[in-house]
Write a protein that binds this ligand. Sequence first.
Ligand code: FNR
Length: 381
Amino acid sequence: MSNLGDHQLGIYLSGMFDGKTPDITTDLAALEDRAREVLSPQAMGYIVPSAGHGETARANRAAFDRWRIVPRMLRGVAAQRDHSTTVLGTTMPAPVLIAPVGVQTLAHPDGELATARAAAAVGVPYIHSTAAAHTFEQVAEANGDGQRWYQLYWPTDQDVCLSFLRRARAAGFTTLVLTLDTTLLGWRPADLDRGFLPFLHDVGLANYLSDPAFQEKAGGSPTMHWAQMFPHPGLSWDDLPFLRDHWDGPIVLKGIVSVEDARLAVRHGMDGIVVSNHGGRQVDGAVAALDALGPIAEAVGSDLTVLFDSGVRTGADVVKALALGARAVLLGRPFLYGLALGGQQGVEHVLRCLLGELDITVALSGHSSCGELSRASLQAQ
Ligand code: FNR
């Protein structure tokens, strides 16, 4: 038996015996600055900034700063701690998944393949974006025996939608994550000022371009065909039964930040939600995701699985989100920064550091597993 936190000792021992220090910083909140140094201006513009003036992205972080962990002492914490858990039938070593992120080749030429391999190596579930630069089938092969979910951007063409669902199922993706907050692209000045949208350069369209249903209709202008079928502002709660009819696994709605919508998700028989504002990339000025989490978890946490993302940077952040009622968190930009800095090894580094810091933070706070965290573990500032 070993603890996730043993990664810390491993780093110290490498330093002592081999004189080796980590290639990438272990301060996960500092990754953004390091990644800026290696990303091209276009990639940096797409990955790092958020929508509008970045108010919501800053609010996401500020919300974490308004909570402090209250460590408890002399609690007889287990020497062997077990944070493993099962979320919607998927097992994981700790309640952490890789968030769906499109166009990962902007960060590193190996893109999603490197991330899917790293996820499998660490045991963390990987969520494949519809807007990926590699196909379902390529990612499934890279992920091997790993656990994988599929994130749908619902195209207006139902044949393409059905084909995506079929391919994802056939490639071993078990849970469907429907992203609700991106029926249109947010207003993103960093990309607009460069006149750069990866998809218009055919980057991030791998699932589409490889799809028989898409190919049949795209004719000679696949990019324009994509541009027509991506916007879907008319999507409504009434469309959800269609997904139930064509997906036989759990369904999770991503992008919920209101208690009312969380209740509607319950009423529509959904299995889970991700409380998320897409890392502030969609509605600038929107409520911080962590501020939305507590009230939503309180209202529906016993009716469906509440997951969380937007602003998670460190193990301590994961502790705060779990204590406020999330069953598990999705890690977004930090793994992408690891990818930019070191490909598969970089993503593995970020995941191992995050899980290590999580284990040590939980233990030092007086708990033997993440499952023991509760609102009482925190104090509001
Ligand atoms: C995303 N995100 C995202 N979400 C999704 O459902 N499908 C997608 O294709 C993408 N693509 C994407 C690209 C990039 C570059 C980023 C940074 C994010 C959103 C992602 O799943 C998650 O909600 C956010 O990353 C969480 O915010 P933080 O923690 O990264 O700030």
